[in-house]
Ligand binder design. Structure first.
Ligand SMILES: *[C@@H]1O[C@H](CO)[C@@H](O)[C@H](O)[C@H]1NC(C)=O
Ligand SMILES: *[C@@H]1O[C@H](CO)[C@@H](O)[C@H](O)[C@H]1NC(C)=O
Ligand SMILES: *[C@@H]1O[C@H](CO)[C@@H](O)[C@H](O)[C@H]1NC(C)=O
Ligand SMILES: *[C@@H]1O[C@H](CO)[C@@H](O)[C@H](O)[C@H]1NC(C)=O
Ligand SMILES: *[C@@H]1O[C@H](CO)[C@@H](O)[C@H](O)[C@H]1NC(C)=O
Length: 500
């Protein structure tokens, strides 16, 4: 899931019109291929090479009405090398906002447990992403075409696809299916089990902020966690970032200051006015959030090639303990930003209209302007950002201006149960303590079968990644518990199936 940008950041920047953050201009940023000589290359994964077959399934564009009768091709990937048929389990990745091959490549956990479980792996692409476009190139042309981009439709796609696989694949008829997902994909896997318990026997929802909706968690918690990550990673690190916003305001008040900033940050396009300085601040804020999401214990390339524990590296440039000039402070900030944007040393200039997103779509969360309103706010005291209140009305007005639709603030609560989900079963909610999205996650056990696993040293869905020598013990333990639950659910399903 891409940064809490949508609300606070996007909003602050609305005047400056940061269009890359809006639905109107879907734009998948792919990483430039890098020479990577300095570091000997960043493998996509640290695991064995993966191999799968790609298929396409004809899905209804609209599962819930009967007037739109069209279909589109939904892409899904299948790996059945370790599948024990008949009846072996199916691990089903509920695709999120991006190209499914990228999630497939970055979900090493599933590849590593396939053999032990004798499981088939299926990765299903989310409608409107990758190659699964309901109206081809016109899918984003206007809000009428985008009308079928909802989590409910996506879940129905998954359900119909699984029913079809089970009825057409020899040996799959009695296969128990377990949903797996991370981030928004984790929200989908949890909701999938809640809405379709007849189709999946359980779900692993990793780093899934199913409570980041109005009235469920304090709007400031997300940015508080980002701040704590920086506070923990170097002395004065959060305090100096907190100061940097005023320093930018000060320096950007003159033409020579704007020019200095442009040079110091090696910007592709020089800052011309106050508005550009606002864009710079928003971009930095998003950068710090992204770093918090990918603060992994080993060198990795998820959103961007980064060193191990990247925030510690960033904080080396932000350790000023006494008062320094605005210029000295901002020199440190620019060095810190370059850890994120130029770790490989092959970036020629920094572009404030781009943050690195890997293959996460620039579309951010599907439904941010419709069914998935995620309140975020900052106060500058408990967090290191400029104060910004959550303002639903202003947010709604922006959505309306841009797409002619208004979000329904309470719909997520109504349709997915909000905090009243104790009647459901067999869902694991895993959360990384470093991950700002844990603010909206389920971080306590609800019942015996709605369990929460905390990974204190984990960033965004670390447990779903390939195992690594430098993994902290907490994530190893989490993966072991997750597999235990899978095995338990599978045993229970087999028992039920064998009853007449
Ligand atoms: C996933 O990995 C395969 C090779 O294993 C590669 O061809 C493909 O480009 C990768 N996909 C993405 C989106 O990175
Ligand atoms: C910004 O300018 C004000 C007024 O000159 C000054 O007091 C302050 O120290 C400067 N820098 C920061 C980081 O606030
Ligand atoms: C990125 O790093 C390389 C190697 O250190 C350097 O030559 C280049 O100027 C840097 N780019 C930016 C934008 O700072
Ligand atoms: C900066 O990023 C934007 C949005 O991706 C792109 O349109 C623009 O061409 C980029 N500018 C430069 C100089 O690379
Ligand atoms: C929830 O219960 C499980 C199983 O007893 C335990 O491993 C886990 O630590 C608990 N989670 C939390 C957040 O207390």
């Amino acid at each position: 899931m891409k940064a809490g940008g949508w609300t606070a950041v996007w909003f602050r920047a609305a005047a400056a019109c940061v269009l890359t953050l809006c639905f109107g201009c879907l734009h998948v940023v792919t990483l430039k291929s890098q020479p990577l000589t300095r570091f000997g290359g960043f493998p996509q994964s640290t695991g064995p090479p993966i191999s799968y077959e790609t298929f396409y399934f004809g899905q209804k564009i609209d599962h819930f009405g009967f007037l739109e009768d069209g279909t589109f091709k939904q892409r899904y990937l299948v790996a059945d090398k370790h599948w024990q048929q008949p009846g072996g389990p199916i691990m089903f990745y509920t695709g999120n906002e991006g190209d499914i091959t990228w999630f497939c490549n970055n979900t090493g956990f599933m590849w590593e447990i396939a053999e032990e479980l004798g499981a088939m792996l299926v990765f299903a692409e989310h409608r409107y992403y990758g190659e699964s476009l309901p109206f081809g190139q016109d899918s984003f042309s206007d809000s009428k075409h985008m009308n079928y981009l909802t989590s409910e439709q996506a879940l129905a796609d998954f359900a119909v696809l699984i029913q079809n696989l089970k009825s057409t694949l020899p040996g799959a008829q009695h296969s128990p299916v377990i949903a797996v997902g991370g981030s928004y994909g984790g929200m989908l896997s949890a909701w999938f089990r809640m809405k379709y318990p007849n189709i999946v026997i359980g779900a692993l929802a990793s780093s899934a902020p199913i409570w980041q909706f109005p009235g469920m968690v304090p709007c400031g918690d997300f940015y508080k966690i980002v701040t704590q990550d920086f506070a923990k990673s170097g002395s004065n690190c959060d305090a100096n970032i907190r100061k940097s916003w005023k320093a930018i305001n000060n320096v950007s008040s003159t033409a020579s200051g704007l020019q200095w900033l442009s040079e110091e940050f090696s910007l592709c396009t020089p800052l011309k006015n106050k508005n550009d300085a606002i864009v710079l601040k928003n971009w930095l804020q998003e950068t710090w959030v992204d770093l918090a999401m990918v603060d992994y214990p080993y060198e990795a390339n998820f959103l961007q090639p980064l060193p191990r524990w990247p925030i510690q590296v960033v904080c080396k440039y932000l350790g000023f303990s006494s008062t320094v000039s605005d210029y000295q402070l901002l020199h440190g900030v620019s060095q810190a930003a370059k850890v994120y944007y130029n770790y490989t040393g092959s970036t020629s200039c920094l572009n404030t209209s781009q943050t690195a997103t890997g293959s996460y779509s620039r579309l951010d969360l599907p439904g941010a302007c419709t069914e998935m309103v995620m309140p975020m706010c900052t106060d500058g005291i408990q967090d290191m950002f400029e104060p910004e209140e959550w303002n639903f009305q202003a947010f709604s007005d922006e959505c309306n201006a841009m797409f002619g639709v208004r979000p329904r603030a309470d719909w997520a609560d109504t349709v997915y149960g909000g905090k009243d989900i104790a009647s459901h079963s067999n869902i694991i909610f895993s959360n990384g303590g470093l991950d700002p999205w844990s603010a909206g996650g389920v971080t306590h056990n609800i019942t015996d079968s709605l369990v929460s696993i905390m990974i204190p040293d984990g960033a965004h869905h670390l447990d779903l990644r390939y195992s690594n020598d430098q993994d902290p013990a907490s994530v190893r333990a989490a993966r072991a518990i997750e597999v235990k639950y899978f095995q338990k659910w599978i045993r229970e399903a087999e028992k039920t199936a064998s009853k007449p």
